[in-house]
Design a binder for this molecule. Sequence first.
Ligand code: F6P
Length: 360
Amino acid sequence: MKRIGVLTGGGDAPGLNAVIRAAVKTAIIEFNCEVFGIKNGYDGFLEENGIIPLGLNEVSGILPRGGTILGSANRGNPYARKVIRDGKEVVIDVSDEIVKGIKKQKLDALLVLGGDGTLHIAHELAQKGVPVIGVPKTIDNDIGGTEVTFGFDTALNIATEALDRLHTTAESHHRAMVIELMGRDAGFIALHAGVAGGADVILIPEIPFNFESIMKKIKSRAEAGRKFSTLAVSEGAKLQGGEQVYSRKGDEVYVPRLGGIGQMVSEYIERQGFESRVTVLGHLQRGGTPTSFDRLLATRYGSAAVRLAARGGFDRMVSLQCGYITDISLEECTSKPKRVNPNDDAVVTARNIGICFGDE
Ligand code: F6P
């Protein structure tokens, strides 16, 4: 193994730079390799100056830094790229050009730091002979085959702090404070932050809700003298028999953008005579410095990814199982995304301590 490439794809997550740093250090110190950073996801292979050498100097000081020094691309799917041809917008497949670009670099391994979409593309590129290794990144924690993705813990801490802050103002003003949290189709952030932040109601995509159940909870608290409530609402939560709420439709290139369920819940509560406000925490959950848990996990993943590459374990992803770093085939982990199991201990515990999921 002589030359390793690293790229970061999809939405950023705290810990990306920690993975890059650990991979570069391990590759240089332990394996005496050269490392190259690919800018802006897979796009870097097509861009002029899209590939930069990464040495120890380039990764110095980036451990606590949020974002990614390499840049990322949410629409960087080489199999569906929007371009203008003859004045018209068309969607084309540029995967063969990407493969050509990768081969031209003579990379012995390509480390792909990404979520389900980016890892799925990595698996497809592996079928075209690209020696890929996946590293599971996302604040949503929704990648199959690993207990936890880096970025999740940081997002969770930010969401928990936000709930703590909403709690005090909710109590002062006797209001129902709704916070809409990220997570896409997985409710891990809302569930874990909701429990850690003492929410009274948690709404997640895996447990469709009804308004009557939420109002029963808010009213019973008010009758017992607690005239305020906090509600942790996952952006992907939906009404029983209803649909998820989107702020923008998707197409072949863009995934649909979730957003608006928090507002909908808050407006319903107000119509029932209870004052309510909504906060959409948004990208604050993704920005800024990673927690020590995420820095450690990201460092372990980055280093393990290089060791896996040295063993020739391509088309696989490093993962955490029972607290140990191991690896799993990209096909397996991308074929079954992880979701909250409604019978899981965290859900049962939440119910046992009186948290309402809007389904009772
Ligand atoms: O997958 C991470 C995530 O932050 C989701 O929780 C959220 O739905 C989405 O990305 C937002 O994407 P964008 O940055 O494109 O708005």
